[in-house]
Design a protein around this ligand. Structure first.
Ligand SMILES: *Cc1c(COP(=O)(O)O)cnc(C)c1O
Length: 244
C-alpha cells in the first residue's frame, strides 16, 4: 500500500487533469467525452500506478513493453486477492522490439507506436498466430528533426497500405510527439500537420482512422484544439509524487 497522502494527491491530480482536458475540449467546441486520457504511468512503480487507476483513470500507458508486462501482472495479482477490483485498459505508447510482440499483444488494447514496416509485419504475423485482433496507431514524425521517433509521412502511408493486407490488424489512426523542447505554437502546427495527414490517409486508404493520439502534459491543450482524440499525460498526474 502506498501512503494515504500520496493516494490523495494522485486523486486530486487526476481530477484536475480531467477538468483541464474537459475545459480545453469545450473551448474548442468539442465534447469532453471525445478526448480520452491515457494516464502515463512510466514514472512510478506498480503500486503507485494502481493508485492512479483506483483514483478513476481507466486507461494506463507504458512506453516500455517489459514495464507494461510487469504492471499488468501486478494488477492480475491484485485481482486474484480481491476479485472486486477492476483491471485497466493498457496502451503501449513507446517503441517495441519485434521479439516483444508475442507477450504484449494479448495484454494491450491499443499500440500507439508502430514505427516501422517490419514491426507492423511482426505484429500482424504474431496476431495471426495468436488469433488475436490488434488495434494500432502509426507513429509519425511531424517535427522535422532527424533524431525524433516515428515514420516520415510517406513511409507512414506505406505502412498503412501494408496493414490492409492483414486481417487481424486494425489501424485506428495516427500518433505523434511534438519535437523535444518546442514551444507550444510550434507544437500546435505539428499537431495540425498530423491531422491533415490523417485526413489525407483516410481518403487514400478508405479507413475511418478515427484516432489522433497527440498531446502530453506540456501541450495537450494545443493538441485538443487540433483534434486530438487521445492525450497521453504523465508528469501532470504525478506532481508531488516521488518518482521511482
Ligand atoms: C512519457 C511519455 C508521455 C507523457 O509525457 P508527460 O510529458 O510526462 O506527460 C507521452 N507519450 C509518450 C510516448 C511518452 O513516452
Amino acid at each position: 500500500m502506498i501512503a494515504q497522502e500520496l493516494q490523495e494527491r494522485i486523486r486530486e491530480n487526476w481530477q484536475q487533469v480531467q477538468a483541464d482536458v474537459a475545459a480545453a475540449a469545450q473551448q474548442s467546441g468539442r465534447e469532453p467525452a471525445s478526448v480520452a486520457i491515457v494516464g502515463v504511468s512510466k514514472y512510478v512503480d506498480a503500486e503507485t500506478t494502481a493508485a492512479l487507476f483506483d483514483a478513476g483513470c481507466p486507461i494506463l500507458g507504458e512506453n516500455r513493453p517489459q514495464a507494461l508486462w510487469q504492471k499488468a501482472e501486478h494488477f492480475q495479482q491484485r485481482k486474484l486477492a480481491d476479485p472486486q477490483v477492476g483491471l485497466p485498459s493498457w496502451h503501449l505508447i513507446g517503441h517495441m522490439q519485434r521479439n516483444k510482440t508475442k507477450r504484449t499483444i494479448p495484454l494491450v488494447d491499443l499500440i500507439h507506436s508502430v514505427d516501422s514496416l517490419r514491426l507492423l509485419q511482426a505484429i500482424a504475423e504474431q496476431a495471426e498466430r495468436l488469433e488475436h485482433d490488434v488495434a494500432v496507431l502509426i507513429e509519425v514524425n511531424v517535427s522535422d528533426e532527424s533524431n525524433k521517433t516515428g515514420l516520415a509521412p510517406s513511409d507512414a502511408e506505406s505502412v498503412l497500405m501494408e496493414s490492409l493486407k492483414w486481417q487481424p490488424i486494425q489501424v485506428r489512426g495516427l500518433m505523434a510527439m511534438a519535437g523535444w523542447g518546442t514551444d507550444t505554437d510550434v507544437a500546435r502546427r505539428q499537431f495540425a500537420k498530423l491531422r491533415a495527414l490523417r485526413d489525407r490517409f483516410r481518403a487514400s486508404s478508405g479507413l475511418p482512422l478515427p484516432e489522433l493520439s497527440m498531446g502530453m502534459s506540456g501541450d495537450y491543450r494545443e493538441a485538443i484544439a487540433e483534434g486530438a482524440t487521445i492525450v497521453r499525460i504523465g508528469s501532470r498526474l504525478f506532481e508531488g509524487v516521488p518518482r521511482v
